[in-house]
Design a protein around this ligand. Structure first.
Ligand SMILES: O=C(O)CCC(=O)C(=O)O
Ligand SMILES: [Fe+2]
Length: 193
């Protein structure tokens, strides 16, 4: 998966007129890339209202990945949906022997928005669902203010509310800290001490 993702980035670099290993120093040494083996268990009860979008039950809410690119094996399970520019959700067709690739927020920022982060979600297909997601990510201290098309440091779409965060790891941690789920979790932790 890593080699496949790196090959995609090499092709993207060449396509954008950069040398083919342009991304390597952002990723190595010390990439925080990970492979997630995901299981969405069948809910033992009716879908809670918070997991419904109108009539559509969801097991993973609308989001874009933080990463450079994600390579996803959905093991031919349906349910993955992407947000189209015309404002509709589209089901990603199941295609055997293929991976789905999502563009992440970091690649989007670094390319000045030329590669657009893929908004996606997973419809609850009301059976146990499995997938494997490889998140290709920079190294912890990778400088995410670099830009493929000059004007280094401009277009800081990855800034936190208070300040521009220059490095991938601290930006990711700041982003997680500001997620409602994480805030709820921390509140819960403190309330039990
Ligand atoms: O399971 C899937 O098909 C998508 C998972 C996903 O979007 C994620 O883990 O970020
Ligand atoms: Fe995702």
């Amino acid at each position: 998966m890593l080699n496949c993702g790196l090959e995609v980035l090499r092709l993207a670099s060449l396509g954008c007129g950069r040398e083919e290993n342009w991304f390597e120093s952002l990723i190595f040494p010390g990439t925080v890339s990970s492979l997630a083996l995901l299981h969405y268990p069948l809910r033992p009860c009716a879908t809670p209202q918070a997991a419904m979008d109108g009539d559509t039950p969801l097991c993973c809410q609308d989001h874009a990945d933080s990463v450079l690119v994600t390579l996803l094996d959905t093991f031919q399970y349906p349910g993955l949906q992407i947000w189209r520019e015309d404002g509709q959700w589209m089901e990603v067709p199941v295609r055997p022997n293929s991976l789905v690739m999502n563009i992440g927020q970091t690649l989007s920022a670094i390319s000045g928005g030329r590669f657009k982060a893929t908004r996606h979600r997973v419809r609850d297909i009301l059976v146990d669902r499995f997938s494997a997601a490889f998140f290709l990510e920079p190294k912890y201290d990778g400088d995410i203010t670099v830009r493929m098309f000059g004007t280094e440091g401009e277009d800081n779409r990855l800034q936190s509310e208070e300040e521009v965060i220059k490095h991938y790891g601290p930006w990711l941690i700041d982003k997680m800290r500001n997620k409602p789920e994480y805030r709820d979790f921390v509140a819960l932790e403190f309330s039990t001490v």
